[in-house]
Each structure stands twice: as C-alpha cells, then as structure tokens.
Write a protein that binds this ligand. Structure first.
Ligand code: WT7
Length: 635
C-alpha cells in the first residue's frame, strides 16, 4: 500500500481511515518520503481553532523551489516543466525544461535581490499568462519574498487596494497583454493604480505586446536587460515551515478583499499530494489546467503542485474562443494532453457551440477530466463526459477554496466511482461536517447542512493579512471549533458530498468569487444612486449572473435609466473589473428592509429567480409595500 499514491478504492478507504486515526503520522510519512528538507520538523501539528492558530511541520526548514525545481535537475533535467502556449496560434509553443526553468528562476531571483527585495517583502505580480508570471512567482519563493498575484483582469482601483493592503514594495507587470484579438494596456492600469500606492518603490516591466508605454524615471525598469545580465545561480533562502509563501486576495460578503496568507511547508505538501492523486499524474503525462495563475487554482495546480511532482504543466495565454471555439480541443490534440482541468462555465460556453468545433480533434490522449469553481450542472457534466471524455475519462469535480489552498473533496479517478454533480469523497486528511442552524453537527447520510471542516489540514490559510480578528470572525465563529466554508452541502446515501452553493452573500459568476459589498459600494458612488443591493440569478453559461436593485436619491428630477445603467456598469468596471458587471439593473422605489434596517436579500433573491410563490411573511418588514412593486417591475 502506498500512502502517497492511491490506486484503488480500497486503498483510498484504508488511507483515509489512517489519516483520521493518526493525522500526524499520516502527514509526517508523506512529508518525509516525498520532499526535500533542509531540516526536519520538531512537531508535525499544533492547533487551536479558538485562537485560531494552526502550525504544521514546526521547526522544519526548506525552500519550496528546491522541491519544485532543483531536485528534478538530476532525474529529469531536460523534461518540459512548463509548456507555454501563446495567445496567437501562429506563434510557436515554448517548452521550458526543468534546467531552463532553474536558470530563469535564479536569474529573476537575482534581479529581485538587486532591486532590494528581501525575505518577507511583499511583491505584487500583475501579469498575463506568460512564462514570466510563473517564473516571477517562483523567483519570489526562491528568495523568501511573499508574492501577491493579482489577476490581470482587475481594474486599477482593485489593484491599488490589494497593493496597499499588504504594502507591496514592488510591482511586476508587462507592457500589455493579449486577449484573443484584443490587447489590454496593463502598464497603463498599473500607472493609474500607483498614483494611490506609497509603498511601491520599483516596477519591473516585461515586454509582451511591444506597445508604446511610458516608463517612470527612477521607478520603472524593463525586465529583460536585467535578466540578461543576471547570474543563473541563486542560493535558495532557507525558510521556516510556517514562513508565509504568498498572499492571495479573495472576496468576502462584506468589506475589502481578504488577503489569505498561505505558509510554506504545509501548503507544499498538500498541493503536491492532491495533485498526484486527483489527477493520477504519471511521469510522461502532459497536464493542462486552464485557470489563470491569478487565482488559487493556478497557484496550486499550474505552478506548485505539478512542479513539485516533476510534471509537465501547460500554461495557456489565450481564451477558449480565439481564434475559434475549438481552441481548447485543438490544443489537447496538439500537445496530447492527458489531464485537463477547467471550470463549469467554460464547459457550458463550449457545449453551446455544438460538436463541429470538437469533432475535428483527436482527444484520445485524455485520461482525466477535472472541473472546479462552482457546482457543475448535470447537463454540462454529461456533455463533458460524453463528448470530451468519450465516457472513458473520469470527471473529477473538485471542491475547494482560496482559503483551503488545495482540493478538499474530489473523486480519485479510477478509484472513486463518479456521480454527476457530486464532488464525492473527502481527500485523505479532510474531515468534513454538516451543521444545522443551531450549530449542531448532522450525523448520518442523506442529510443537508452547512459545510464545515473539523480538523486542520496542511494547506489551510493561516490568517488574513493584517487582520487576524477578521480571519477568526469569518471562518471560526459561526460554528464552535470548526472551519466554516460558507457553502451548503448534502451527503447522499453512500456518504458522497454534493456542494449546493454559497449560503452567504458571495456570488460565483463564471467561477469568479464576487462579494456583494464592493459591487454595491461601486454602484453607490453614482451621484444619482441612494442605495443598492446585488443578488445572483441563474444564467446558462455563467452559472450565476448579477441582478442589481437600485434606488435613486429623491431629488425630484427624472432620470434616463439607460444612461444610468451604462454609468453603473462603467463604475463597476473601474472599481472592480468587467467580471463584476451587472446583467440586470432594476430601479425601485425602495429596498425591502427589516425593522433594524437590514436589506432582505432573501426576498430580492427570490424575485430575481422569478420565484415569488412563497416569499414568507413580509408583514414584519419596515416597508412591506415595496415588495409588490418590485415584483411588478421585475426584469
Ligand atoms: C468557492 C471558492 C478553488 C478554486 C476556485 C474557486 C465554489 C469551488 C466547487 C465545486 C461547487 C465549488 C464554492 C467555494 N466552488 N469548487 N467543485 N463545486 N462549488 O476558489 O474563488 O476561493 O471560490 O467556489 O462555493 O466556496 P474561490
């Protein structure tokens, strides 16, 4: 029996039981046998969910890049580590071997050091999906700088908020990016953001689209000449197990985005372990995750997890629709991809195109298909299974979160029988619990409740940057001694989990986690707007789309609704990014409120879902009369 690599269902149950019975021995064995340590730990785990404080492998020392790169130099130096596929299909793919990756990361790390970046400094990375993105992430990790990757679709305001929250000293960006047939002026967005950011001393600029940009004297430097001059040798910084590795921002239901802090050893062990098992990666396989490295999926399952296993990981710069909707399948055939990992929203968009864009391509290399980001509906699951996997590639519906660092509930392909829309069984080491509204655990099968995790796992986020109290309040206060995920779930008759969706005010649109508060804040900046409330409603492709209820200030003037709608979406694009634009905007006289003044989103959600048969008792509202008028004018 191998604990590290599970190959059949019996083995899974055996390993799972062991991971619960004796978690410390379980993780210590995995850590010991499969990773490179500069110094071993004194204690595998110490934890206290009331503080909350969790430490894994305390006393150990390591560098994650030695595990992801250096140790492969003897066993597989000329194997492709990163297979870069550019936006334009006419441009050649680049195969970056482990040896080349080693040299590129070291050069980049030396450039960071020359620019004054030291262990513990925060570096913001705002780059498109080009090799420099993966290389800069690893270069930070090499010298112990904390990377904070911001998805390059976020606006200048959103970028500035994130840079300031963790006082980043440097920003790494590019002159621009390609997105299908369009280009985006990334450097211009950075320039605008930096008007608001005092902590940033320098900006490194990669050249990608050769656009004409302005470089600010004393602050901005072109990256390539610095890399050309740098040495290919950079001794890795020796890190403590619990030293922060990165910060990654995620939206909450209220307030500013939360800078989730992930630490070094536990994150590495868990990302690598889950990659191996969930994708059943074999030495000569080519693995492709279509996410952006700006999200946790890219951190754990494009960069760290695959590289820690010596895998070949594809990095795709483009979009699924360029030059046509066959691009994903063309690339699967071209690179003989064995494991393919994407989001339900992409599957739905591609399924809509019909099979003409799938059929020309040979997809026989595929062994495992994955999905992540939101619940996958049954129709999309079957389309994926029938037409992409040809019913022979198991689908791993992987449930996890930015906060969890790695996949928490997922089938293990070829071991766990799959079931459409079910994430199925917890990974070894993961102990889920379903809770009722009175805070009690619901035992047994065929039950539904709020999904919590009752025991620590190695890759859990340790805190929110600069705000430990918020970490405690958000995740450890709803249910005593448990991590609360914010999701609802049900457990079927055999113990399989199905995630039913968020139970808080976070809305998942095209797999992007959007908090309602920052969007409402953006809308409320409009001079004519008094108040607003956002809810989600079902959308064929995006899963959910956003429905905004907006009230005007009472100035007696009449308003041009079309203009205000456009202006509201412009504000949202500026403050957050185009992903947060509203699909529907309804102007109302008022928003339904409780007597304490809380907006009753439950009612607004039902109206947006066109489900007004049972709104519950609205008579206790502060303003029950607005409900009917909202229903009458619903979009
Ligand atoms: C939220 C976390 C983990 C990387 C991408 C999203 C939803 C995620 C699934 C799934 C149903 C899912 C949850 C979760 N979610 N995967 N397989 N089935 N829902 O990371 O942005 O932190 O969002 O995404 O609601 O809480 P994230």
């Amino acid at each position: 029996m191998s604990t590290y690599h599970i190959k059949h269902l019996e083995e899974y149950f055996h390993v799972y039981r062991k991971s619960v019975r004796d978690a410390e021995t379980f993780w210590a064995e995995i850590a010991e046998e499969h990773f490179l340590w500069r110094k071993k730990w004194q204690q595998v785990l110490s934890w206290d969910f009331t503080k909350p404080e969790v430490k894994w492998f305390e006393g150990a020392q390591l560098n994650i890049t030695e595990n992801c790169i250096d140790r492969h130099l003897t066993s597989r130096p000329h194997k492709t580590a990163i297979l870069f596929e550019p936006n334009d299909p006419k441009d050649d793919a680049q195969h970056i071997t482990y040896k080349q990756l080693y040299e590129r990361v070291n050069k980049f790390a030396n450039v960071l050091k020359e620019r004054g970046i030291k262990k513990g400094d925060r570096v913001c990375i705002y780059l498109p999906m080009i090799p420099e993105l993966a290389v800069s992430v690893l270069a930070c990790a090499r010298i112990g700088a904390i990377h904070s990757v911001v998805f390059a679709g976020f606006s200048a305001t959103a970028l500035a908020t994130r840079i300031n929250d963790s006082s980043c000293k440097m920003v790494i960006t590019s002159d621009g990016s390609y997105r299908g047939a369009k280009t985006i002026d990334l450097k211009g967005i950075v320039d605008e953001a930096l008007n608001e950011c005092k902590s940033v001393e320098s900006v490194l600029v990669a050249q990608r689209i050769h656009s004409d940009i302005t470089m600010k004297d004393g602050r901005d430097t072109w990256l390539q000449p610095l890399l050309d001059a740098a040495s290919t040798i950079c001794e890795p910084e020796v890190m403590d197990a619990e030293d922060p590795l990165f910060i990654l921002y995620t939206s909450g239901s209220t307030g500013q985005p939360k800078g989730m802090v992930h630490t070094t050893a536990g994150y590495m062990v868990y990302a690598a372990y889950t990659f191996k098992n969930v994708f059943q990666y074999q030495e000569d396989d080519v693995y492709w995750c279509t996410a952006d490295i700006g999200w946790i999926t890219g951190h754990s399952y494009i960069v760290y997890g695959p590289l820690a296993n010596g895998a070949t990981t594809v990095m795709f710069e483009g979009v699924p629709s360029y030059p046509d909707f066959g691009r994903f399948w063309q690339l699967v055939a071209k690179h003989k991809v064995n494991q393919f990992y994407t989001a339900p929203t992409a599957i739905r968009a591609l399924a809509k195109q019909g099979l003409e864009v799938v059929e020309p391509y040979d997809l026989s290399s595929l062994k495992v298909l994955g999905t992540v980001g939101e619940p996958i509906n049954e129709e999309a699951w079957h389309w994926y299974n029938d037409n992409i996997g040809k019913k022979k590639s198991p689908i791993v519906d992987t449930w996890w979160q930015t906060e969890t660092g790695g996949i928490m509930i997922s089938p293990i392909p070829f071991s766990t029988p799959t079931k459409p829309t079910y994430a199925t069984l917890p990974m070894p080491g993961i102990q889920p619990a379903l809770m009722n509204e009175n805070g009690q655990e619901i035992k047994g099968n065929q039950v539904e409740g709020r999904l919590c995790i009752k025991f620590p796992w190695p890759s859990m986020a340790r805190t929110i940057w600069g705000n430990h109290q918020r970490y405690k309040d958000t995740y450890f206060s709803a249910f005593e001694n448990k991590y609360f995920t914010g999701d609802g779930a049900l457990r079927d008759e055999v113990g399989y989990y199905r995630i039913t969706g968020r139970v808080d005010d976070v809305i998942i649109v095209s797999g992007h986690n959007l908090g309602t508060a920052p969007i409402e804040d953006a809308i409320n900046e409009h001079p004519a707007v008094a108040e607003s409330a956002i809810v989600g409603f079902p959308h064929d492709i995006k899963g959910n789309a956003l429905y905004g209820y907006v009230t005007f200030k009472d100035t007696g003037e009449s308003r041009d609704h079309t203009n205000v709608r456009t202006e509201i979406n412009q504000l949202i694009t500026e403050r957050i990014g185009p992903i947060a634009k509203l699909d529907k905007i309804q102007f109302t006289k008022g928003l339904p409120k409780t007597r304490s003044g809380k907006i009753m989103r439950r009612i607004l959600r039902k109206i947006a879902h066109k489900d007004t048969s049972n709104l519950g008792d609205t008579s206790t509202l502060l303003n029950p009369e607005v409900v009917q008028s909202i229903i009458d004018n619903a979009l």
